[in-house]
Design a binder for this molecule. Structure first.
Ligand SMILES: [Zn+2]
Length: 213
């Protein structure tokens, strides 16, 4: 196969010939490197739009920054550069065009920060509070205890414990299930009731749900 024909333009952009008719009268070029001016234009457009979105969010009353799974105050040193996109990596005053070109090719555009109000964060309870800026919001909610639907309990659950008693037998009825435990007790449940077994092996690193109700 013939090596691809590369077409260099004076502005620094390059094109690769991908298809040509036999007589060469029709051909298709694909740009494989944009010119510096094109790159600068594209970056500026992205920065302008992103900064408008950030400023609008702040003007609308955003109180906290959410970065991945963590919540920060607006002036936390760990995320403050995200409020001014032109200072943020990979832009910043030190960035060269070649650095930028490489970075954008490898990683794409950086993630824009997300914002939330105290009310939104406290309602979601999905974010860990940053230890550095200690935002005045509720921390991520503890995991809900794992439960099993009574109707799904079967032979594989025999031996599991609930409140320290081991399950010895299961009897599935038409509209419920009976569970027999090793202390001689028998409990009947609706099929949709949720049963909370103890964590599988008490010595393992499984979280202890016993104290959460
Ligand atoms: Zn922080």
């Amino acid at each position: 196969m013939a090596p691809p024909m590369i077409n260099y333009r004076e502005d620094g952009s390059t094109y690769e010939l991908v298809e040509a008719s036999d007589d060469g009268s029709r051909y298709e070029l694909v740009q494989i490197r944009e010119s510096d001016a094109e790159l600068i234009g594209r970056v500026n457009d992205w920065l302008d739009q992103g900064q408008r979105d950030i400023d609008a969010a702040l003007a609308a009353g955003a109180q906290f920054i959410i970065n991945l799974t963590k919540v920060h105050t607006l002036n936390c040193p760990a995320v403050r550069d995200k409020l001014d996109l032109r200072t943020m990596h990979p832009f910043g005053p030190q960035a060269t065009l070649d650095d930028l070109r490489e970075h954008l090719q490898a990683f794409g555009w950086p993630r824009l920060p997300e914002f939330a109000t105290e009310q939104e964060i406290n309602a979601a309870r999905r974010y860990t509070r940053c230890r550095r800026c200690c935002p005045g919001v509720l921390d991520k909610a503890p995991k809900a205890p794992l439960t099993t639907r009574a109707g799904n309990i079967g032979r594989s659950h025999i031996g599991r414990t609930a409140d320290g008693r081991a399950l010895e037998w299961v009897r599935l009825e038409r509209d419920g299930v009976e569970l027999g435990f090793d202390d001689g007790t028998v409990h009947a449940f609706d099929l949709d009731a949720r049963i909370q077994f103890d964590p599988k092996s008490p010595g393992s690193h499984q979280p202890d749900f016993g104290s959460i109700h």
